[in-house]
Design a protein around this ligand. Structure first.
Ligand code: SAM
Length: 187
């Protein structure tokens, strides 16, 4: 299953930090990459820096035309999930009784490549129709970072938290007290 985030509505002056957090969250929680529908090299640089130090092969593409990206994704057989507070609530789509026949089900999503759309302030109305599923992580307004994190965790059953990142310069050894980091660049 390939998981790619499509970030739309990014405003370079206001959203640099939160869009970077969307990318870092996507990477840390098992997504393969992020498509940014805006031209902001600063976001790309921040995320690429993290990838080069902390490993893995997460990619970020900027200046993406979201209509073309969605079209291509569907043509290649992938599914498009738009995270929005107005959508079907996540626990309901996860618990859908008929996993084989219902299109409104995470069961249908499990073995599909997913393009996961998150917005900033407002998304273009067309997105709701282009998406195969509009999914809410609770039907209350909150944040694209929180919505993405919970969605990625649920769709992977928590397995992403045990993920490893090949080719890292540094690696954390989990400890209860203090910080223990192995420097893979020395010796
Ligand atoms: N009115 C927006 C909406 O449609 O969800 C809230 C804007 S919010 C600042 C920015 C993004 O966070 C949204 O485009 C959506 O992707 C995500 N988001 C916020 N609350 C959400 C929720 N309860 N469920 C899923 N996604 C949410």
């Amino acid at each position: 299953m390939k998981l790619v985030v499509l970030r739309i509505g990014h405003r370079p002056m206001r959203d640099k930090r939160i869009t970077t957090h969307v990318g870092l969250t996507a990477r840390a929680l098992g997504a393969n990459g992020m498509l940014l529908a805006a031209d902001d090299p600063n976001v790309k640089e921040s995320i690429d820096n993290v990838v080069s130090r902390w490993g893995g092969d997460f990619f970020i593409e900027i200046g993406v035309d979201w209509r073309k990206a969605i079209k291509r994704w569907k043509e290649e057989g992938g599914m498009v999930v738009h995270l929005t507070m107005y959508g079907l609530n996540l626990p309901d789509v996860i618990e859908s009784a008929d996993l084989t026949n219902s299109t409104n089900s995470i069961g249908v999503m499990r073995n599909r490549d997913l393009l996961i759309i998150v917005g900033a302030e407002k998304v273009p109305p067309g997105i709701y129709d282009l998406a195969d599923l509009n999914v809410a992580v609770g039907n209350q307004p909150h944040s694209e970072v929180a919505a993405l994190a919970i969605f990625l965790d649920r769709v992977q059953d928590g397995a992403e938290l045990r993920g490893t990142f090949a080719g890292c310069d540094r690696e954390i050894v989990p400890t209860n007290v203090g910080k223990l980091v192995i420097d893979r660049t020395s010796g």
